[in-house]
Design a protein around this ligand. Structure first.
Ligand code: AVJ
Length: 319
Protein backbone atom coordinates (compact mmCIF):
# COMPACT_ATOMS: atom_id res chain seq x y z
CA UNK A 1 0.00 0.00 0.00
CA UNK A 2 1.43 3.42 -0.81
CA UNK A 3 0.76 6.55 1.16
CA UNK A 4 -1.44 9.09 -0.52
CA UNK A 5 0.35 12.18 0.65
CA UNK A 6 -2.85 14.16 0.88
CA UNK A 7 -3.55 11.79 3.74
CA UNK A 8 -0.89 13.61 5.77
CA UNK A 9 -3.09 14.62 8.64
CA UNK A 10 -2.51 18.25 9.38
CA UNK A 11 -3.01 19.47 12.90
CA UNK A 12 -4.12 23.10 12.59
CA UNK A 13 -0.84 24.94 13.09
CA UNK A 14 -2.20 28.45 13.36
CA UNK A 15 0.20 31.36 13.58
CA UNK A 16 -2.02 32.73 16.32
CA UNK A 17 -1.68 29.59 18.44
CA UNK A 18 2.07 29.81 18.01
CA UNK A 19 2.15 33.53 18.95
CA UNK A 20 0.16 32.86 22.11
CA UNK A 21 2.49 30.06 23.17
CA UNK A 22 5.59 32.13 22.38
CA UNK A 23 4.32 35.16 24.28
CA UNK A 24 3.39 33.06 27.26
CA UNK A 25 6.97 31.82 27.42
CA UNK A 26 8.62 35.20 26.81
CA UNK A 27 6.52 37.13 29.34
CA UNK A 28 7.11 34.63 32.15
CA UNK A 29 9.40 35.44 35.09
CA UNK A 30 11.94 33.03 33.62
CA UNK A 31 11.79 33.35 29.83
CA UNK A 32 11.34 30.10 27.90
CA UNK A 33 10.54 28.89 24.40
CA UNK A 34 9.29 25.36 23.65
CA UNK A 35 11.89 23.15 21.91
CA UNK A 36 9.37 21.96 19.32
CA UNK A 37 9.85 25.40 17.70
CA UNK A 38 13.34 24.31 16.62
CA UNK A 39 11.94 22.10 13.90
CA UNK A 40 10.91 24.29 11.00
CA UNK A 41 12.46 23.26 7.66
CA UNK A 42 15.76 25.05 8.41
CA UNK A 43 15.87 23.67 11.95
CA UNK A 44 15.16 20.10 10.85
CA UNK A 45 18.12 20.40 8.46
CA UNK A 46 20.37 21.80 11.18
CA UNK A 47 19.33 18.94 13.46
CA UNK A 48 20.31 16.42 10.78
CA UNK A 49 23.74 18.11 10.67
CA UNK A 50 23.97 17.89 14.49
CA UNK A 51 23.41 14.15 14.26
CA UNK A 52 26.59 13.86 12.14
CA UNK A 53 28.82 15.93 14.47
CA UNK A 54 31.72 14.13 16.16
CA UNK A 55 30.63 15.51 19.57
CA UNK A 56 26.98 14.51 19.21
CA UNK A 57 27.15 10.81 20.13
CA UNK A 58 23.43 9.98 20.77
CA UNK A 59 22.29 9.41 17.18
CA UNK A 60 25.11 7.15 16.08
CA UNK A 61 25.16 5.33 19.42
CA UNK A 62 21.45 4.60 19.31
CA UNK A 63 21.73 3.50 15.68
CA UNK A 64 24.52 1.08 16.59
CA UNK A 65 22.37 -0.42 19.37
CA UNK A 66 19.35 -0.73 17.08
CA UNK A 67 21.51 -2.33 14.38
CA UNK A 68 23.01 -4.83 16.81
CA UNK A 69 19.70 -5.64 18.52
CA UNK A 70 17.15 -5.42 15.71
CA UNK A 71 16.67 -9.21 15.71
CA UNK A 72 16.11 -9.35 19.46
CA UNK A 73 13.74 -6.40 19.28
CA UNK A 74 11.74 -8.05 16.50
CA UNK A 75 11.51 -11.28 18.48
CA UNK A 76 10.12 -9.41 21.50
CA UNK A 77 7.71 -7.41 19.35
CA UNK A 78 6.20 -10.34 17.47
CA UNK A 79 4.51 -10.36 14.06
CA UNK A 80 2.06 -7.88 12.44
CA UNK A 81 3.11 -4.75 14.30
CA UNK A 82 1.66 -1.33 13.61
CA UNK A 83 4.61 0.89 14.40
CA UNK A 84 3.78 4.38 15.69
CA UNK A 85 6.79 6.71 15.71
CA UNK A 86 6.71 9.88 17.80
CA UNK A 87 8.93 12.34 15.94
CA UNK A 88 9.94 10.47 12.80
CA UNK A 89 12.50 13.08 11.66
CA UNK A 90 14.63 11.91 8.74
CA UNK A 91 13.15 8.39 8.96
CA UNK A 92 16.47 6.58 9.25
CA UNK A 93 16.09 4.57 12.46
CA UNK A 94 12.72 3.09 11.63
CA UNK A 95 14.16 1.30 8.61
CA UNK A 96 16.23 -0.87 10.93
CA UNK A 97 13.01 -1.95 12.66
CA UNK A 98 10.96 -2.38 9.48
CA UNK A 99 13.74 -4.55 8.04
CA UNK A 100 13.80 -6.78 11.13
CA UNK A 101 10.14 -7.01 12.17
CA UNK A 102 8.07 -9.97 11.02
CA UNK A 103 5.42 -8.80 8.53
CA UNK A 104 4.85 -5.29 9.91
CA UNK A 105 1.43 -4.06 8.76
CA UNK A 106 1.55 -0.31 9.25
CA UNK A 107 3.89 2.58 9.97
CA UNK A 108 2.48 5.79 11.44
CA UNK A 109 5.12 8.53 11.51
CA UNK A 110 4.12 11.55 13.59
CA UNK A 111 6.13 14.72 13.09
CA UNK A 112 5.79 18.46 13.43
CA UNK A 113 8.09 19.20 10.45
CA UNK A 114 5.57 18.62 7.71
CA UNK A 115 7.83 19.03 4.66
CA UNK A 116 10.19 16.42 6.02
CA UNK A 117 7.29 14.18 7.05
CA UNK A 118 5.78 14.15 3.56
CA UNK A 119 9.14 13.36 1.99
CA UNK A 120 9.98 10.60 4.46
CA UNK A 121 6.51 9.03 4.26
CA UNK A 122 6.68 8.94 0.46
CA UNK A 123 10.12 7.31 0.49
CA UNK A 124 9.13 4.68 3.06
CA UNK A 125 5.88 3.84 1.29
CA UNK A 126 7.89 3.23 -1.90
CA UNK A 127 10.52 1.12 -0.13
CA UNK A 128 8.09 -0.96 2.00
CA UNK A 129 5.17 -1.81 -0.29
CA UNK A 130 3.67 -4.24 2.23
CA UNK A 131 3.42 -1.61 4.96
CA UNK A 132 0.57 0.92 5.15
CA UNK A 133 2.33 4.25 5.70
CA UNK A 134 -0.02 6.69 7.46
CA UNK A 135 1.76 9.98 8.19
CA UNK A 136 0.38 12.32 10.81
CA UNK A 137 1.55 15.96 10.80
CA UNK A 138 1.07 16.94 14.41
CA UNK A 139 2.61 18.12 17.64
CA UNK A 140 2.70 14.79 19.43
CA UNK A 141 2.90 16.51 22.80
CA UNK A 142 -0.82 17.20 22.28
CA UNK A 143 -3.35 14.35 22.50
CA UNK A 144 -4.02 12.90 19.06
CA UNK A 145 -6.15 10.15 17.62
CA UNK A 146 -4.72 7.43 15.42
CA UNK A 147 -6.47 6.49 12.18
CA UNK A 148 -8.04 3.00 12.08
CA UNK A 149 -5.36 0.28 11.97
CA UNK A 150 -5.46 -3.04 10.12
CA UNK A 151 -7.35 -5.69 12.15
CA UNK A 152 -5.15 -7.78 14.43
CA UNK A 153 -2.28 -5.29 14.38
CA UNK A 154 -0.13 -5.12 17.54
CA UNK A 155 0.58 -1.59 18.51
CA UNK A 156 4.24 -0.83 18.96
CA UNK A 157 5.27 2.73 19.86
CA UNK A 158 8.74 3.94 18.85
CA UNK A 159 10.19 7.02 20.55
CA UNK A 160 13.91 7.10 19.74
CA UNK A 161 16.60 9.75 19.99
CA UNK A 162 16.17 10.37 23.70
CA UNK A 163 13.61 13.02 22.87
CA UNK A 164 11.93 11.88 26.10
CA UNK A 165 14.75 13.97 27.61
CA UNK A 166 13.02 17.15 26.41
CA UNK A 167 10.24 16.57 28.95
CA UNK A 168 10.51 17.48 32.61
CA UNK A 169 10.14 14.30 34.71
CA UNK A 170 6.44 14.68 35.53
CA UNK A 171 5.62 15.57 31.90
CA UNK A 172 7.69 12.62 30.69
CA UNK A 173 5.67 10.26 32.90
CA UNK A 174 2.40 11.80 31.70
CA UNK A 175 3.48 11.52 28.06
CA UNK A 176 4.52 7.87 28.41
CA UNK A 177 1.25 7.16 30.22
CA UNK A 178 -0.60 8.53 27.21
CA UNK A 179 1.46 6.32 24.89
CA UNK A 180 0.71 3.31 27.09
CA UNK A 181 -3.00 4.00 26.69
CA UNK A 182 -2.54 4.44 22.94
CA UNK A 183 -0.81 1.07 22.50
CA UNK A 184 -3.31 -0.53 24.87
CA UNK A 185 -3.03 -3.78 26.83
CA UNK A 186 -0.65 -6.11 25.02
CA UNK A 187 1.05 -3.14 23.38
CA UNK A 188 4.71 -2.26 23.67
CA UNK A 189 7.17 0.54 23.25
CA UNK A 190 10.75 0.99 22.12
CA UNK A 191 12.28 3.95 23.93
CA UNK A 192 15.67 5.60 23.37
CA UNK A 193 17.19 7.18 26.47
CA UNK A 194 20.42 9.12 26.89
CA UNK A 195 22.36 8.14 30.00
CA UNK A 196 24.02 10.34 32.63
CA UNK A 197 27.72 10.59 32.00
CA UNK A 198 30.79 12.81 32.30
CA UNK A 199 29.49 16.41 32.09
CA UNK A 200 32.32 17.32 29.72
CA UNK A 201 31.06 14.77 27.21
CA UNK A 202 27.52 16.09 27.65
CA UNK A 203 28.46 19.74 27.32
CA UNK A 204 30.51 19.14 24.17
CA UNK A 205 27.55 17.34 22.59
CA UNK A 206 25.44 20.49 23.01
CA UNK A 207 28.13 23.05 22.22
CA UNK A 208 30.05 21.66 19.26
CA UNK A 209 33.23 23.22 17.90
CA UNK A 210 31.70 23.87 14.45
CA UNK A 211 28.87 25.91 15.97
CA UNK A 212 26.05 23.90 14.40
CA UNK A 213 24.17 23.57 17.71
CA UNK A 214 24.55 27.32 18.25
CA UNK A 215 23.01 27.92 14.81
CA UNK A 216 20.22 25.43 15.64
CA UNK A 217 19.49 27.27 18.89
CA UNK A 218 19.53 30.73 17.25
CA UNK A 219 17.34 29.52 14.39
CA UNK A 220 14.42 29.63 16.79
CA UNK A 221 14.78 33.45 16.85
CA UNK A 222 15.12 33.62 13.06
CA UNK A 223 11.92 31.61 12.85
CA UNK A 224 10.07 34.00 15.15
CA UNK A 225 11.29 36.87 12.97
CA UNK A 226 10.05 35.10 9.83
CA UNK A 227 6.75 33.76 11.08
CA UNK A 228 5.67 36.25 13.72
CA UNK A 229 7.40 39.36 12.40
CA UNK A 230 9.54 39.51 15.55
CA UNK A 231 12.58 41.82 15.62
CA UNK A 232 15.28 39.67 17.23
CA UNK A 233 18.84 40.70 16.31
CA UNK A 234 20.54 37.30 16.14
CA UNK A 235 23.94 38.90 16.73
CA UNK A 236 22.80 39.99 20.17
CA UNK A 237 21.96 36.52 21.51
CA UNK A 238 24.57 33.88 22.28
CA UNK A 239 24.20 30.12 22.53
CA UNK A 240 24.89 28.59 25.94
CA UNK A 241 24.74 24.94 27.01
CA UNK A 242 25.23 23.89 30.63
CA UNK A 243 24.80 20.69 32.64
CA UNK A 244 22.52 21.07 35.64
CA UNK A 245 23.76 18.21 37.79
CA UNK A 246 21.02 18.30 40.42
CA UNK A 247 18.27 18.13 37.81
CA UNK A 248 20.40 15.81 35.63
CA UNK A 249 19.78 17.80 32.49
CA UNK A 250 21.55 19.76 29.80
CA UNK A 251 19.99 23.18 29.47
CA UNK A 252 20.27 25.24 26.31
CA UNK A 253 19.80 28.96 26.60
CA UNK A 254 20.01 32.04 24.39
CA UNK A 255 21.80 34.73 26.36
CA UNK A 256 20.97 38.36 25.69
CA UNK A 257 24.26 40.18 25.05
CA UNK A 258 22.80 43.62 25.86
CA UNK A 259 19.91 45.41 27.47
CA UNK A 260 17.45 45.34 24.60
CA UNK A 261 13.79 45.43 23.67
CA UNK A 262 12.38 43.08 21.04
CA UNK A 263 8.97 43.26 19.41
CA UNK A 264 7.23 39.88 19.26
CA UNK A 265 3.80 39.72 17.62
CA UNK A 266 3.01 43.26 18.78
CA UNK A 267 4.29 42.84 22.34
CA UNK A 268 7.48 44.53 23.53
CA UNK A 269 9.75 42.13 25.39
CA UNK A 270 12.57 43.64 27.46
CA UNK A 271 15.83 41.75 28.01
CA UNK A 272 18.52 42.66 30.50
CA UNK A 273 22.11 41.95 29.49
CA UNK A 274 22.88 38.38 30.59
CA UNK A 275 19.23 37.38 30.82
CA UNK A 276 18.44 34.15 29.00
CA UNK A 277 15.70 32.43 27.08
CA UNK A 278 15.69 28.79 28.16
CA UNK A 279 15.03 26.91 24.92
CA UNK A 280 15.61 23.25 25.79
CA UNK A 281 16.16 20.74 28.54
CA UNK A 282 17.68 17.40 27.72
CA UNK A 283 17.39 15.13 30.75
CA UNK A 284 20.01 12.43 31.22
CA UNK A 285 18.86 9.24 32.92
CA UNK A 286 20.48 6.83 35.33
CA UNK A 287 18.94 3.49 36.33
CA UNK A 288 16.93 4.91 39.23
CA UNK A 289 15.51 7.77 37.17
CA UNK A 290 14.61 5.47 34.29
CA UNK A 291 12.95 2.99 36.62
CA UNK A 292 10.90 5.76 38.25
CA UNK A 293 9.77 7.02 34.84
CA UNK A 294 8.80 3.64 33.43
CA UNK A 295 6.98 2.63 36.61
CA UNK A 296 5.09 5.90 36.87
CA UNK A 297 3.84 5.41 33.30
CA UNK A 298 2.58 1.87 33.97
CA UNK A 299 5.14 0.13 31.76
CA UNK A 300 7.60 -2.59 32.68
CA UNK A 301 11.08 -2.97 31.19
CA UNK A 302 11.24 -6.21 29.20
CA UNK A 303 14.81 -5.58 28.00
CA UNK A 304 17.42 -2.86 28.23
CA UNK A 305 20.30 -2.62 25.79
CA UNK A 306 23.30 -0.33 25.89
CA UNK A 307 26.47 0.31 23.88
CA UNK A 308 29.98 -0.67 24.91
CA UNK A 309 30.71 2.83 26.27
CA UNK A 310 27.41 2.78 28.23
CA UNK A 311 26.32 6.09 26.81
CA UNK A 312 22.79 5.30 25.69
CA UNK A 313 19.93 2.91 26.37
CA UNK A 314 17.35 1.37 24.12
CA UNK A 315 14.52 -0.03 26.25
CA UNK A 316 11.78 -2.44 25.26
CA UNK A 317 8.75 -1.69 27.44
CA UNK A 318 5.52 -3.60 27.83
CA UNK A 319 2.24 -1.95 28.73
C1 AVJ B 1 16.16 15.62 19.50
C2 AVJ B 1 15.65 16.25 21.70
C3 AVJ B 1 16.96 14.32 21.30
O1 AVJ B 1 18.06 16.76 23.25
O2 AVJ B 1 19.74 15.83 22.27
C4 AVJ B 1 20.35 18.25 19.92
C5 AVJ B 1 17.85 17.85 20.41
N1 AVJ B 1 19.31 19.77 20.98
N2 AVJ B 1 21.21 19.24 20.18
C6 AVJ B 1 18.64 16.35 22.24
C7 AVJ B 1 19.14 18.59 20.42
C8 AVJ B 1 20.57 20.16 20.81
C9 AVJ B 1 17.96 16.45 20.87
N3 AVJ B 1 16.67 15.69 20.84
Amino acid sequence: MTAPLDFVRAAPASARGMAAEVLQGLTAERKTLPPKLFYDAAGAELFERICLLPEYYPTRTELSILRARAGEIAALAGPRCALVEYGSGAGVKVRLLLNALEAPVAYLPIDISREQLARVAGDLAADYPGVAVLPIAADYTQPLELPPLPAGARRLAFFPGSTIGNFHPAEAAAFLTRIRRTVGPGGAMILGVDRRKDPRVLRAAYDDAAGVTAAFNRNILARLNRELGATFDLERFAHRALFNDRASRIEMHLVSLADQVVDVAGTRIAFAAGETIWTESSYKYDAARLDALVTAAGFTVARLWTDEDERFWVAFLRA
